[in-house]
Design a protein around this ligand. Structure first.
Ligand SMILES: Cc1cc2nc3c(=O)[nH]c(=O)nc-3n(C[C@H](O)[C@H](O)[C@H](O)COP(=O)(O)OP(=O)(O)OC[C@H]3O[C@@H](n4cnc5c(N)ncnc54)[C@H](O)[C@@H]3O)c2cc1C
Length: 233
């Protein structure tokens, strides 16, 4: 299940919208983590627990997943239906996932020079050279068309940043609050794009969109015997 295709980029690259650089700044791209995500009754979620660069758009995704992971555990514990050891699985489950997301973000950033190179831009070259490269890229000629076609193919590889569906939904909790049924784990896409839905314990609950009676239904398959259906009118 892949989300994005980048064929539309050619319309942007041929735009005549006037661009002007007003200012530029340099910064350091890095990741950082709290030493512990739980101290006694205090839990840390979101950027307070883990911060990384925005490439891949995984920061808030990670924070919401943290909240989701913790909320149901706290609710069951506070209702007396689970022991206090249940929320303690929060860090064991979330730390590997957010570590992977942070690595992924830096990985996506590291690919940017390749994308720039696909446009013909050379870091550190004279501005006139790079300006000429952009003119060549946008030229309404066979040469320009070839340059744009090649650029679009390279940009497609950047789906690891623009469409990391497998990072967003395919994360796996291999240790923590799960009853392991020892079925095989779904495969992960090394490009981070193709997400394989699975009902295996430790995976995000699989879902599918169905349409019937002019309504859109969300089908969630839960374990082997429970099916949850919600509708959106
Ligand atoms: C340029 C950019 C683009 C991004 N794009 C994406 C994206 O596409 N997708 C994505 O998932 N993520 C993205 N992110 C990351 C995302 O914005 C963050 O991961 C997310 O906002 C973190 O949410 P949070 O609630 O944990 O922390 P924050 O949003 O930082 O919220 C913390 C809040 O606490 C408040 N606060 C701090 N100290 C105190 C205090 N002592 N008392 C009271 N209040 C306090 C702060 O003012 C703030 O309002 C992007 C980030 C940046 C910088």
């Amino acid at each position: 299940m892949r989300r994005t295709s980048f064929s539309g980029f050619s319309s942007f690259s041929r735009s005549t919208f006037p661009l002007r650089c007003i200012a530029s700044a340099t910064g350091i791209s890095r990741r950082s983590f709290a030493d512990r995500f739980q101290i006694g009754r205090v839990f840390i979620i979101g950027d307070g627990a883990h911060r990384h660069t925005p490439f891949g758009g995984l920061g808030l995704n990670s924070g919401i997943q943290d909240a989701h992971n913790l909320c149901w555990k706290l609710a069951l514990t506070l209702k007396g239906k689970a022991s206090a050891s249940l929320p303690e699985t929060y860090e064991a489950e979330r730390r590997p996932v957010v570590t992977r997301n942070a690595e992924w973000s830096l990985f996506a950033l590291a690919n940017h020079p390749t994308v720039m190179a696909s446009m013909g831009i050379v870091a550190g070259a004279a501005p006139e050279f790079n300006e000429q490269m952009i003119k060549n890229l946008l030229a309404d000629t066979l040469d320009g068309a070839s340059r744009r076609a090649r650029m679009n193919e390279v940009i497609e590889t950047q789906r690891c940043e623009y469409g990391p569906h497998d990072l967003e939904m395919g994360f796996q909790y291999r240790q923590g609050a799960l009853v392991d049924d020892e079925t095989p784990w779904p495969t992960r896409d090394p490009m981070g794009a193709d997400y394989t839905p699975s009902t295996r314990p430790g995976c995000r609950l699989a879902h599918a969109w169905l349409r019937a009676m002019n309504r859109r239904f969300l089908l969630m398959i839960c374990c082997r015997w429970r099916i949850l259906i919600a509708h959106r009118s």
